[in-house]
Write a new protein. Sequence first.
Length: 94
Amino acid sequence: MITGESDGARQLRLLPWCGLHGGPAYVIVDPERSGPVSRYADVVEETHLEMAAVLLGHARELAAEAGPAELRHLVAELTQALKDTLRIASGVRR
């Protein structure tokens, strides 16, 4: 995700992880080429999205037959996956 001015001036990218105190983390990006932090953020975002897809498949399989403990664990994992996915999506909209 890149936000900021589009005329080649300073642009910020929302990173898919939190900053030191739990707030948003950004990196200044060069529109001409991506740096190592931006490339790593791309990998993290892709991993989050792949994990969410796999987890959704597991949820579909487990929903009908899982017990209370499995369902609590599933809800916790789905909540984290949704949080990660929404963070990526909110960054794309900016």
